[in-house]
Design a protein. Structure first.
Length: 192
């Protein structure tokens, strides 16, 4: 999923300038990475809040326009106000087609109700809801689908058993030790 956002360059920086931007209905942000100098920008708050209601946008490639040259990037970090939940700052990482990006991606568990282990009364436990992946920007998935429809009671599914999209690597498995191959989901044995 690709999206285009319009931004303006920020000339003032600091806590006071950011506060004035927020009162004007804008969100301060920064774009960094790819060996280029960081760029401070401001985005319209209502546009960003509305767009980010779709969770897939957190792992989508965005084009930020209007702040000098167009920038292709992904959301690396997002800060929210502790009381209101409104977005107070966004960090964007530049994403070029030739470089790898490391990002946390949500797991989408499908087929819970069809699982034989759940049908006989086993309780499904989720050990991880997201995983860290490394891939090219064009290969970045919005989510990873985990099929749990064939899981039996007493069985667990590990990171190495996940079906990854082409070009996507789980960073935990690149360490070369079996200790990093952690369980993702499991079904407890049924007590009789």
């Amino acid at each position: 999923m690709s999206q285009s956002w319009t931004a303006e360059l920020r000339t003032e920086e600091g806590k006071g300038a950011s506060r004035r931007l927020r009162h004007a209905g804008k969100i301060p942000a920064i774009i960094y990475g790819a060996g280029k100098e960081a760029k401070s920008i401001a985005l319209l708050s209502n546009t960003v809040e509305r767009t980010l209601q779709n969770n897939d946008m957190f792992n989508s490639v965005l084009t930020v326009k209007g702040a000098g040259e167009d920038e292709t990037c992904v959301i690396k970090d997002l800060q929210r106000h502790p009381a209101t939940g409104s977005i107070t700052h966004i960090d964007f990482q530049r994403a070029s087609d030739g470089s790898n990006i490391v990002k946390r991606v949500p797991l989408d568990f499908q087929g819970r109700e069809k699982s034989p282990g759940v049908k006989i009364g086993g309780l499904m436990s989720f050990m991880q809801r997201t995983v860290e992946v490394r891939c090219l920007t064009k290969d970045l998935p919005t989510k990873i689908i985990v099929d749990v429809s064939k899981m039996e009671a007493g069985e667990s599914l590990r990171l190495s058993q996940l079906e990854m999209p082409a070009g996507v690597v789980l960073t935990a498995l690149t360490h070369g030790s079996a200790d990093y191959d952690q369980a993702v989901v499991g079904i407890g044995k049924v007590r009789r």
